[in-house]
Design a protein around this ligand. Structure first.
Ligand SMILES: [Zn+2]
Length: 386
């Protein structure tokens, strides 16, 4: 057996032994509900998780916000190379699930699957990182550089509070590992689209639909025409998509609608495409006489572009996985994550390093228990070799 195979083999055996403990930790996290925007709940889970990390020897800081709760930063001491650039390990403790979902869908094991709200996205991933760091300590292994965990509280709603914290840590990081769920099948993410969110507000003038229709300006009619224009901004060849996801407007069928709104999602692979759409949205002109348009929002997340440095990092991960005869694959996806902010600063990112499973943001959300050992091994090998 080569040294490399031996490195992974020892970890695989270690994590096989720890499987019950790891599952108990995942359960402990998912049983603390933490929907984005529930500040008390996201603060509590960060405090509890921070306490555990402190016991493991980390220096923990919480950054608190009245609206979003608390983002956790944990620095793990490094004796050998304290001055080396750090390795950043990023996750989020918030979920999309309303408080009370757990009572309807409690933590359940069915064969190889463990179900719970937020388990796949991404409390299993957060647990992996915790046990990876613990394994280094328990097995007398060492990372190449100081390791910092950043666990945000508002990723699911766009990381408006956490973004500056993420960017500040990224500035002095060699690379970042993101604990988001993989593409089902275990495929990790080396590219992500950028995300824009817009709201279009149309103002017209109300009038009696029977007696006075020509004195009205129908905001819904105006919006309908704008939507046709906006959809033409998409460019599938370039990976740019537009989705008008919500419309509302008007009051009654016999009233000319004075106001109408649309919520629009935009995804793009290239920075210049994001700029093109932002400009096109800002330049929308009313089509009906007297109608007024207002555009809110803009680009929320820049794209995570697969640079050469990211490709190299993936090749490294693929070699590490091969130590376990694990054929690791990569993909580019449309969904954004906190990895987007980090990659935009030129720091290589590997994303989707969580446990395999399925059903992010869906009722059948679950992880595959049999995948825990090899993903924990892969993550630990990445942490000790980058
Ligand atoms: Zn997530």
């Amino acid at each position: 057996m080569t040294q490399a195979e031996n490195s992974s083999a020892a970890l695989l055996a270690h994590f096989a032994e720890k499987q019950t403990e790891i599952l108990a930790f995942i359960r402990w996290l998912v049983e603390q509900e933490s929907r984005s925007g529930e500040a008390d709940a996201t603060t509590r889970i960060a405090e509890n998780f921070g306490e555990r990390l402190t016991q493991f020897g980390a220096a923990v800081d919480l950054f608190r916000d009245a609206k979003f709760g608390a983002t956790l930063r944990a620095r793990f001491p490094h004796n050998a190379n304290p001055d080396a650039k750090q390795l950043l390990v990023v996750g989020h403790l918030d979920t999309v699930w309303p408080l009370g979902t757990l009572a309807l869908r409690p933590f359940t094991i069915d064969g190889d699957k463990a179900y719970a709200p937020g388990i796949f996205d991404m409390k299993a991933g957060v647990t992996l990182a915790t046990f990876a760091l613990l394994a280094l300590k328990e097995l007398g292994r060492q990372s190449q550089r100081p390791v910092t965990f950043l666990m945000t509280c508002d990723e699911e709603t766009g990381s408006h509070f956490s973004r500056p914290l993420i960017e500040a840590e990224a500035q002095h990081s060699q690379a970042a590992l993101v604990l988001e769920p993989p593409v089902p099948g275990g495929t990790i993410k080396t590219g992500r689209k950028g995300v824009g969110e817009f709201e279009l507000i149309v103002r017209g003038r109300s009038a009696h639909a029977g007696n006075d229709i020509r004195r009205g300006i129908n905001a819904i009619n105006e919006l309908a025409q704008q939507i046709l224009t906006i959809n033409q901004f998409a460019d599938y060849e370039r990976g740019t998509t537009i989705n008008v996801g919500v419309v509302r407007g008007g009051t009654l069928s016999n009233v000319v609608a004075a106001e109408a709104h649309a919520a629009i999602d935009m995804r793009f692979e290239r920075v210049e495409e994001g700029q093109r759409i932002e400009e096109a949205m800002a330049n929308l002109m009313p089509m009906l006489d007297g109608a007024q348009l207002e555009i809110k929002g803009g680009i929320n997340r820049p794209p995570l572009v697969r640079t050469q440095a990211i490709a190299d990092l993936f090749a490294h991960a693929k070699n590490l996985a091969a130590e376990m005869d694990y054929d690791l694959q990569e993909a580019s996806v449309g969904g954004g994550s906190d990895g987007n902010f980090i990659a935009a600063l030129g720091v290589p990112v590997l994303d989707g390093l969580g446990v395999d499973g399925e059903g992010a943001h869906a009722e059948h959300e679950h992880i595959l228990i049999s995948d825990i050992g090899r993903r924990a091994t892969l993550l630990t090998r990445l942490i000790e070799t980058i």
